[in-house]
Design a protein. Structure first.
Length: 190
C-alpha cells in the first residue's frame, strides 16, 4: 500500500490540525502549526480532506499529486474543503460544529497500463484503488473509499469516474483515455 505509512496517532494529529485550521479560519484568524511535527508530515504526499455532516458530503478538496509537504497540503485543502468546494456554499461556524473530518493521504498516481479496456476490470480493485481519468481536457478523480460507500463494482466505479470528469459513462473504454490508480491511507474523526 503506502510506502510512507502514518501511524494512527499521526493520522489523528492530521485531523486535529485540520479541525483547528478550519476553526481558526472561520473565526477570522490565521492558523500557525506550532507543534513539533513527525518527520512524515514534511514528506511530499498527496492529501484530500473530506467534510461530512450526518454522513452527507459537505466538501472535499485535495491534491492528488505530491506537490508539497503533507502539512502544507493539509493546511491548504482543509480550508478549501470548507469554503472553496464549488458544489457547496462556504461552511458556516454553526455547520462546522456538526462536521466530521476525514483525511486521505495518497500514494503517487501511476498510469495503469493495459492492452484492452477489459483488462481494467482485472487489474484494478475496488477498495484498494482510487482512480483518476484523463481524456482530452476532461479529468476526474474518485477516492478509493467512494465505491465501497456507494456499493459499486469496478465497472460502475469506472462509469462514475467518467461522469465525474464530465464524460459519458463508457469513455473509460476509449483508446485515448488514460486511467491512473493510487492508494490512500484514510483517517476518520471519531
Amino acid at each position: 500500500m503506502l510506502k510512507d505509512q502514518l501511524t494512527l496517532e499521526e493520522g489523528q494529529l492530521l485531523i486535529k490540525i485540520a479541525r483547528d485550521n478550519i476553526a481558526t479560519y472561520l473565526n477570522g484568524g490565521e492558523y500557525f502549526c506550532t507543534n513539533e511535527l513527525p518527520e512524515i508530515f514534511h514528506k511530499k504526499l498527496g492529501v484530500f480532506v473530506t467534510l461530512s455532516i450526518n454522513s452527507n458530503l459537505r466538501g472535499c478538496i485535495g491534491y492528488p499529486e505530491p506537490y508539497m509537504e503533507l502539512i502544507e497540503g493539509l493546511l491548504d485543502v482543509s480550508i478549501a474543503a470548507a469554503v472553496e468546494d464549488p458544489r457547496f456554499n462556504p461552511l458556516s461556524l454553526n455547520e462546522f460544529e456538526k462536521v466530521k473530518i476525514e483525511i486521505s493521504v495518497l500514494t503517487k498516481p501511476q498510469l495503469v497500463q493495459v492492452d484492452t479496456f477489459e483488462e481494467y476490470l482485472d487489474v484494478l480493485k475496488v477498495g484498494r484503488d482510487g482512480l483518476i481519468i484523463e481524456n482530452g481536457y476532461h479529468r476526474g478523480l474518485l477516492l478509493p473509499q467512494v465505491p465501497i460507500e456507494q456499493n459499486w463494482d469496478m465497472k460502475t466505479f469506472l462509469e462514475n469516474l467518467c461522469y465525474k470528469a464530465g464524460l459519458y459513462g463508457d469513455a473509460w473504454k476509449e483508446e485515448n483515455t488514460k486511467i491512473y490508480s493510487f492508494q490512500a491511507q484514510i483517517f476518520e474523526e471519531t
